[in-house]
Every structure is written in structure tokens, then in C-alpha cells.
Design a protein around this ligand. Structure first.
Ligand SMILES: [Ca+2]
Length: 97
């Protein structure tokens, strides 16, 4: 095995353990409550999480609807714009969480 191949194998083994994955958990951008749909319930889920000490999203990158890292009111307005004003589709966050 060449040194390059050995290094590649080591990286493949180490990176997932360190939490550095390419795809994270995001399967449906904007699906904050992870129920398989993007709708008003995701808007209320994010509001509940941020302002009412509600449960954290099962996948932060799905709740990060605008892809700007972190959950905040901009994700709420982004989702409302998408759902009711033909705004751009949600995107997956890139935190890997
Ligand atoms: Ca949902």
C-alpha cells in the first residue's frame, strides 16, 4: 500500500470520529421538526425553540433554512417567505449537526 493510500485510509477512519462529515444530517432543508415536510409547523417549531425554550431541532442544519449558520429569526422569515411568498427554497446549513 502506498503512503498516499495509507494516509487516505487513515483520514477516512479519523474524520467521522472527529465529527467532520460532508453531508451532516440534513435530508430536507427547512424541515426543522424533522417530520418529512416543510410547512408552518417548522416555523412555529423554530420560534418555540429560539424564544420559548422549546426542544432543539433534531438536525440543526435542517432548521438553518437560510444556510447562514445558526438558528434565529432570519430562518423564520426565510421559511415564511418560501412558504407564502414564493421565496427561494430553504437550503441545508453546513454545520454538520
Ligand atoms: Ca417539518
Amino acid at each position: 500500500m502506498s503512503k498516499f493510500a495509507a494516509l487516505l485510509v487513515m483520514l477516512c477512519l479519523l474524520l467521522p470520529a472527529a465529527g467532520y462529515t460532508d453531508d451532516g444530517c440534513c435530508e430536507l432543508a427547512g424541515d426543522a421538526n424533522d417530520d418529512g415536510a416543510v410547512n408552518l409547523l417548522d416555523v412555529t417549531y423554530i420560534i418555540d425553540w429560539i424564544y420559548k425554550d422549546g426542544p432543539e431541532p433534531p438536525c440543526f442544519d435542517q432548521a438553518d433554512a437560510d444556510g447562514r449558520q445558526g438558528g434565529h429569526i432570519l430562518d423564520v422569515t426565510y421559511l415564511i417567505n418560501y412558504l407564502y411568498k414564493n421565496g427561494p427554497a430553504p437550503v441545508c446549513g453546513t454545520s454538520g449537526e
